[in-house]
Design a protein around this ligand. Structure first.
Ligand SMILES: NC(=O)c1ccc[n+]([C@@H]2O[C@H](COP(=O)([O-])OP(=O)(O)OC[C@H]3O[C@@H](n4cnc5c(N)ncnc54)[C@H](O)[C@@H]3O)[C@@H](O)[C@H]2O)c1
Ligand SMILES: [Fe+2]
Length: 372
């Protein structure tokens, strides 16, 4: 086994964490966000904490950002030459900001830009990762870019910013957190550091996501979910992800399904697929995940069965369907996309760290299962 390196941004968390922005003083600050963050006053909330800074806002990010959005953002900031870029929003805004930052650095050549990520959903973990997921609308593909320059310099986890996340978005993004953590634990790249963070993220999500679902204003549960999301991000940034994400990028990109929702739907299927005839190591890893959520069985295979069943039950409680048919997806459109989907899954950067190497036929079968 090779050696591992673990690094992460400075993390400010908790109720007063946003006040750390006051250190920006007279810097030139570019904010990358979406229309909702501007019109809802959340962008101004941030600006109020850095009264001496000069600010330029790009508020046009759309879900699943594409290259055109990166170009538009970079063009807005070019004459301004920001010292700092603040990424404010869900995974889409965070990933767009990362892409805009590296585009600008490439343009200026001799000017590095500090990147501060302020997530407003508890899901992607993008505030601490070297990933940016960029879409290509021409072929409906989503590409994970992975580079050290994409890791933000700091992350601010302000629980008040997530209080307005609608219940359905909260559960979709929360199930993305659970998927990140479970995939990090069973990934080929798992290590002691990623395990510690992933285990805690599973426990926090299991306890707190149902609480958020039952009461969207539960600030304590929102805070714990925000921390869990960041921990799961740190875990998978070190360990890698797996086939749930490989398939979710392909299916979600081509059929336009929210990232967390398609992950949640695929997760129990992939637990079953990966543990079929699996090596003892993988079985023990999944059994460990089961143990964290309170499943105590003498037989590890029994625990894994129960883990998949418990995730299906949780999905049902959250109103997340188990098949694309029930979700209302056009199955004829899906059939036409079957081969491109299989190719995209095999080419996805996350598929490589899955504990079981899938064949084309395996993916074909899994697509049939998720289609319903
Ligand atoms: N870079 C990574 O490491 C990484 C990891 C996982 C996923 N992703 C990517 O992140 C994206 C998904 O991110 P997401 O799940 O956070 O969704 P998102 O960023 O697309 O946001 C979903 C919706 O929630 C709204 N929203 C965000 N914050 C809100 C708030 N506080 N109150 C009310 N509404 C709010 C947004 O305006 C948007 O309409 C996908 O493109 C996915 O591929 C990236
Ligand atoms: Fe994800």
């Amino acid at each position: 086994m090779g050696s591992y390196f673990f690094s992460c941004p400075k993390i400010y968390f908790g109720e007063d964490s946003i006040t750390s922005l006051s250190t920006l003083k007279n810097k030139k600050v570019g904010i990358v966000t979406d229309d909702f963050m501007v019109t809802s006053g959340k962008t101004q909330y941030l600006v109020n904490f850095m009264p001496q800074a000069s600010v330029c806002i790009f508020g046009e990010v759309k879900p699943d950002p594409d290259v055109d959005i990166l170009q538009a953002g970079a063009s807005r900031f070019k004459p301004f030459k920001p010292d700092v870029i603040i990424a404010l929003g869900g995974g889409s805004s965070l990933d767009a900001a990362k892409g805009i930052k590296v585009t600008l650095e490439d343009y200026y050549q001799d000017h590095t830009i500090e990147l501060i990520a302020i997530p407003t959903t508890s899901g992607s973990g993008s505030e601490v990762t070297s990933y940016a997921i960029i879409s290509d609308p021409k072929n409906g593909r989503k590409y994970p870019l992975i580079a050290a320059e994409l890791v933000p310099d700091s992350a601010i986890l302000d629980p008040y910013l997530v209080l307005t996340v609608p219940r359905q978005v909260a559960v979709d993004t929360g199930m993305d957190v659970l998927t990140h953590a479970i995939e990090a634990i069973v990934s080929k790249g798992a290590n002691d550091f990623s395990d510690a963070l992933a285990e805690k993220a599973i426990a926090l999500t299991w306890q707190n996501l149902p609480r958020v679902f039952n009461d969207e204003k539960d600030i304590q549960a929102r805070t714990r979910m925000h921390n869990a999301s960041c921990m799961a991000g740190m875990a998978f940034n070190s360990a890698g992800l797996g086939l749930v994400h490989g398939m979710a990028h392909a299916i979600g990109g081509m059929l336009h399904i929210p990232h967390g929702k398609i992950n949640a739907m695929l997760l129990p299927l992939l637990i079953e697929f990966n543990s079929e005839n699996a090596a003892e190591h993988t079985i023990n890893r999944y059994a460990q995940c089961a143990n964290i959520v309170g499943i105590k069985q003498d037989c590890p295979r029994q625990s894994i069965k129960q883990l998949a069943a418990s995730i299906r039950k949780l999905n049902a409680f959250f109103g997340i369907p188990s098949t694309l048919k029930t979700l209302g997806t056009d199955i004829t459109a899906l059939e036409k996309l079957r081969q491109p989907l299989i190719n995209a899954v095999l080419a996805d950067g996350c598929t490589g760290s899955n504990p079981r190497r899938p064949t084309e036929q395996d993916i074909d079968k899994l697509i049939t299962l998720i289609a319903g």
